[in-house]
Design a protein around this ligand. Sequence first.
Ligand code: NDP
Length: 323
Amino acid sequence: MPHQVIIIGAGPAGYTAGVYAARANMSPVLFEGSTPGGQLMITTDVENYPGFPESVTGPELMVNFRKQAERFGTTIITDVIKRTDFSSRPFKVWDSKDQLHEAHSIIIATGAEASWLGLESEKTLAGRGVSACATCDGFFFRGKTVAVVGGGDTAMEEANFLANMCQKVYVVHRRDTLRASKIMQQRALDNPKIEFCWNSSVHEIEARGNETVTHAILKDTNTGELRDLTIDGIFIAIGHKPNTGIFGGQLKLDENNYIVTEPGSTRTSIDGVFAAGDVQDSIYRQAVTAAGTGCMAAIEAERWLSHHGVETHSVESEIYRLA
Ligand code: NDP
């Protein structure tokens, strides 16, 4: 028998969808994927999730999200969905052993991943001075000196945000012109606390005699010359990748491969398929907004199922309804 709803992904959006769907008697089945807990598993203190005045660690928060989803009856499967077929109902997904699972509705909450430079030190110093989210971690660098890597809108936005609380912000960019929109560029260029390191790539990030970051070694992209930059933290802002690979060609995606949802809703271009969290949000990317849209997705799936029943028919013609 097909499930009423399958949730793909286990960050704040997926688990919250699980809580709400289970409490609505939808017996949700949630596939956790390869990184249960999502991006918060590599975060140390979370100070901006409401309800935790003394802060909470990312892993602790996600363990509690998971427990809450399970408590109400979400069946959590620690496996990856490798393949999906949304061309007919019930919808079909296949796990890593190629076993088929069917459901009348789907909630996609597969999240997004920050792009990283690929340095080993990014991993070893993650949460100890290396971050990919100024909104999340900037507060820990009040009065300190930080670097932001990248030349796009995210880098400019993060540099400006950090300049409000840090003593000094370096923007490290590999070229001598920015990709960011003119207005965002100008705002950063005009900010006296922001200094640009042009034609520079990050060769290494170091914590010299320290637990946390103390230096970045920059490489001049023209001459290859290395130089030290003394910093307390470094924010990598070179883009994000939504995890939409397994839906390619089936759902409407935007130019950056995020799932397109109807404004004010989690409805995707396929009736009965909903998307929540960072996989459909390139703007806010916060745990609390992801949880909020996870809640919306479960409520919308429940209403959709009660309105449509569990009919089985081809949805081919509906796939590009919004395209
Ligand atoms: P972008 O892809 O626009 O920019 C990424 C930046 O990182 C580029 O400057 C790129 O350099 C640099 N980069 C990429 N890979 C590397 C690497 N390996 N080493 C060093 N530098 C690297 O990503 P954003 O996240 O900035 O923006 C994504 C989208 O979101 C854009 O459409 C943007 O306009 C939008 N956005 C809008 C905002 C707003 O309007 N308020 C805020 C934030 C984002 P190079 O230029 O040399 O390729």
